[in-house]
Design a protein around this ligand. Structure first.
Ligand code: APR
Ligand code: PHB
Length: 389
């Protein structure tokens, strides 16, 4: 089989790229190791910047998002007792949209057959070949048959654990990493959110986030030691903890309900600067990870895809390769700024086990400064709502 572009991974990066390329008439195929249901079973963050909503609009796939997504004109930072509202609408003239990554991925998957976007689910042993040469190809196994696809370019959209990044030779690798000494324990439940806007709180009992998916579905997280297991957190214990942290600072207090999902995720900052090697281009979690504080992961994937889709389309429609040449630099410039903001917000809002009372006083002093300074609030707001492409 011959295609212009092979896209590895059917997460939001791969599906957005596939649709954008098909819309422009580029011949591409998406290879996904898992089933569609498995991909949609992963619960991820749900705050969309304009860069992400704009791509969905450009594709004409924004109908359900516009109907069901919640426009948020502000969010809150808190210290357990005091809530500081960051009025992003007033400070930036823009807003974010609460719409789960799972729903966005579902919209993209559902639209694929109509848009003639071929997605192979259950593609095993996906392997990249000759990415350095003029004639790269990808092989995979499906139903015990091995398939080979000859391509011009490969887009590695296969997340942090996929094979694309690993196909780049060690001599070309430039990577940077920071692990954090805690994880986030999350719970999703069909109960009304405690507050109409998100609250990130660094209170005496540690970090907690009150988020939502809809007016009737809540998403909460708390910081837990990396040694904690889900068995350590029966639902009742987690609800008790959330009530202690959010009842004093929220509009309605925490409503309890049966968990639809609970999970613990580690926090990491990671940048793999080699986002292009030969005819392989990396995008999204394949190239970088941010801690979830600030909800930048999906939005960074979307900005990579905006740059990469424009570059590939210019190459095929006008023979203009300049976008492919500048892809890595353009993407990294935005990636590092989002890495900085996620790291900053993570440091400001969490209790680090190695920190003493001085560092905690610094956090309080910084929150005092945020509360009193419109300039600081504007800086936080412009980063939260998303820096320009
Ligand atoms: N072969 C084919 N597909 C693979 C392989 C493989 N060997 N390994 C991984 N994949 C698939 C995964 O199953 C997954 O569906 O690649 C996809 C990668 O999707 P994500 O991990 O969601 O990454 P990405 O699409 O870049 O999305 C960006 O934003 O909110 C953040 O981390 C969050 O997932 C989110 C990310
Ligand atoms: C979420 O709703 O899952 C969420 C929201 C904001 C974040 C992280 C996660 O910063």
């Amino acid at each position: 089989m011959k295609r212009q572009v092979a896209i590895i991974g059917a997460g939001p990066s791969g599906m957005l790229l596939g649709h954008l390329l098909r819309q422009a008439g580029v011949d591409c195929i998406v290879l996904e190791r898992q089933s569609a249901d498995y991909v949609l079973g992963r619960i991820r963050a749900g705050v969309l910047e304009t860069v992400t909503t704009d791509l969905m609009r450009q594709l004409g796939l924004d109908g359900r998002m516009n109907a069901e997504g919640m426009i948020e004109g502000g969010f809150n930072l808190a210290d357990g007792e005091r809530r500081i509202r960051i009025d992003i609408e007033a400070l930036t003239g823009r807003h974010v949209m609460v719409y789960g990554q799972t729903e966005l991925t579902r919209d993209l998957m559902d639209a694929a057959p109509d848009r003639d976007l071929e997605v192979i689910y259950g593609a095993d042993a996906v392997t990249l070949h000759d990415i350095d040469g003029e004639a790269p190809f990808v092989t995979y196994v499906k139903d015990r048959d091995t398939h080979r696809i000859e391509v011009d370019f490969i887009a590695g959209c296969d997340g942090f654990h996929g094979p694309s990044r690993k196909a780049i030779p060690g001599s070309a690798v430039r990577e940077f990493e920071r692990e954090y000494p805690f994880g986030w324990l999350g719970i999703l439940a069909d109960v009304p959110p405690c507050h109409s806007e998100l609250i990130y709180s660094n209170g005496p009992r540690g970090f907690a986030l009150a988020s939502m998916r809809s007016p009737s579905r809540s998403r909460y997280y708390i910081q837990v030691p990396l040694t904690d297991r889900l068995e350590d957190w029966p639902e009742s214990r987690l609800w008790d903890e959330l009530a202690l942290r959010f009842d004093p600072i929220s509009e309605r207090g925490v409503t309890r309900g049966a968990a639809l999902e609970m999970s613990i995720a580690p926090l990491r900052s990671y940048v793999f600067e080699t986002m292009r090697h030969g005819r392989l281009f990396l995008a999204g979690d394949a190239a970088h990870i941010v801690p979830p504080t600030g909800a930048k992961g999906l939005n960074l994937a979307a900005s990579d895809i905006a740059y990469l889709s424009q570059a590939l389309i210019a190459h095929y429609s006008k023979g203009d390769g300049s976008g492919l040449e500048s892809y890595q630099d353009r993407a990294l410039s935005r990636v590092w700024k989002a890495e900085r903001f996620s790291w900053y917000l993570t440091k400001l809002m969490h209790r680090f086990p190695e920190d003493g009372t001085f560092e905690h006083r610094m956090q309080i002093a910084e929150l005092d400064y945020v509360a009193a300074s419109p300039a600081m609030q504007e800086s936080i707001a412009e980063n939260y709502v998303g820096l320009p492409l």
